[in-house]
Design a protein around this ligand. Structure first.
Ligand code: GUN
Length: 246
């Protein structure tokens, strides 16, 4: 919807990934002045199409449109982002079909690098529905001790610097500095920002933090590709569920 430049990049990458794995994808690039009713009508059409297994509405939506209403309109079984409240609720109790793409991609990365969070102090900076909250829940499911920090947190530096695993999902360029990171910590950077020179950068001051931690994800090329890989995984699962395939 509209002409958000970051959304353009994300959508293009998602379309490329579909092509790569052999999924058919359709883009509906709607102008910013599309009405809520028009958008809901499109979602309804896609919900009813047998040849569509996954539906994703790239956020943010232009001002004036109700994101929650659109998310709730997507059929939960086609909700490959896992944003629908039915899917969010199922994640809370650990009985889910789909996991949200970014947090699940991060967990997959931790597993792959044999980073066990059981009993570890994990700090998530950011409390969005897309990343912060579900990230905390997935870490909790694996027995981490989880702290969520946000704009009202008073002693952020103190909390962050006690983290064995630090996840930055703030949306502010180079927000996490060296003094906020514990020696040998695992640092996961979810940010996608532009620095003073217009260069793509994360929420972590990578150059100054990289030598202090044991693992750090780069931006670009760290969490982003994992998000997209999980989206493909969710879409395949949606297709299987809708066709009774195990
Ligand atoms: N905007 C930022 N991240 C995401 C995402 O993972 N899915 C959707 N639909 N929109 C986003």
């Amino acid at each position: 919807m509209g002409d958000d430049p970051a959304s353009r990049v994300y959508v293009n990458n998602k379309k490329k990934a579909c092509e790569f794995v052999g999924f058919k994808s359709e883009e509906f690039a709607l102008p910013a002045d599309t009405t809520q009713d028009e958008l809901l009508k499109l979602v309804d059409e896609l919900n009813n199409r047998k040849d569509i297994n996954g539906i994703l509405c790239q956020l943010p939506l232009p001002k004036g449109l109700d994101e929650n209403a659109v998310i709730e309109a997507i059929s939960p079984i086609k909700d490959v982002d896992a944003f629908h409240k039915q899917n969010v609720g199922r994640i809370m109790i650990g009985d889910y079909d789909f996991l949200p793409c970014t947090p699940a991609g991060i967990m997959e990365m931790l597993h792959d690098y044999k980073i066990n969070v059981d009993g570890k102090n994990c700090v998530v900076i950011g409390r969005s529905n897309i990343v912060g909250k579900p990230m905390a829940m997935l870490l909790l499911h694996e027995n981490a001790t989880v702290t969520i920090c946000h704009s009202h947190t008073k002693n952020l530096k103190e909390i962050a610097s006690g983290a064995d695993v630090l996840v930055a999902a703030v949306g502010k360029a180079k927000f996490v500095t060296e003094d906020m990171v514990k020696e040998n910590a695992v640092v996961i950077d979810v940010g996608m920002n532009r620095d003073e020179k217009g260069k793509l950068c994360g929420d972590v001051d990578f150059e100054n933090v990289k030598d202090k931690c044991s693992f750090i994800t780069p931006v670009p090329g760290g969490v982003g590709p994992m998000t997209i890989a999980t989206l493909m995984k969710n879409t395949l699962k949606a297709a299987k569920l809708q066709n009774g395939i195990d």
